[in-house]
Design a protein around this ligand. Structure first.
Ligand SMILES: [Mg+2]
Length: 208
């Protein structure tokens, strides 16, 4: 039985924390402030609240303010601007080349952004599918709904899948439904729901 490799995108296949996430964050707060006609400080506070309640700013905006999700995602993820911060890596490419089995990307980011990042990394040809926030009706990981939705679209069972991720909460759901889990993290955060931990994505082929 060949494996299906499910890769998270940001902070798993490339570094998003240092330059990309701060910019997306800023854009989201500015968007909320403009859209709802509130101060940046109030927008920040509201986003914080929606993050706690819904797991994402967008969910809260859809449910409470009828915001158009595509308008929000296009306004907050300027793919052209953000992909300038993506560093192409031969090590990443070699890892994906060596890894046997079907590979897909499963991200909480919007599709246009995910495609731009994958293109900037020059790794499009290794993936047979990109599953974005649009693929799960705007329900982000770690929701069970998001995982079930992806599995249904893939036509696969959880025990055929390996989830490769930097986020522990997402791996917890993956493990709970029966996937193997690989944590990509420099910190020693190995827990009961992490099958293996690697400090960098390019060490993946050493472990399998
Ligand atoms: Mg991530």
């Amino acid at each position: 039985m060949s494996k299906i490799w499910i890769f998270d995108l940001d902070d798993t296949l490339h570094d998003a924390s240092s330059k990309i996430f701060p910019r997306i964050n800023q854009s989201m707060t500015a968007y909320v402030s403009n859209k709802l006609n509130i101060s940046l400080a109030d927008a920040h506070q509201l986003r914080d609240k929606y993050w706690k309640v819904y797991g994402a700013t967008l969910k809260g905006l859809i449910q409470n303010h009828g915001v158009d999700p595509q308008e929000f995602l296009l306004n907050t993820h300027d793919a052209e601007e953000l992909s300038k911060f993506v560093k192409q890596s031969h090590a990443l490419e070699n890892t994906l080349k060596k890894l046997k089995g079907k590979k897909i990307v499963f991200t909480n980011a919007p599709l246009h952004y995910a495609m731009a990042v994958i293109k900037a990394l020059r790794i499009q040809k290794y993936f047979s599918g990109i599953y974005s926030i649009e693929s799960t009706n705007y329900n982000p990981k770690p929701s069970l709904y998001a995982f079930r939705k992806i599995l249904k679209q893939l036509g696969k069972r959880p025990n055929q899948c390996v989830m490769v991720e930097d986020d522990l909460a997402n791996l917890k759901t993956a493990h709970m439904i029966g996937m193997q889990t690989i944590l990509v993290s420099k910190l020693n955060k190995k827990t009961a729901f992490v099958t293996k931990r690697i400090s960098k994505i390019q060490y993946l082929t050493r472990e399998v």
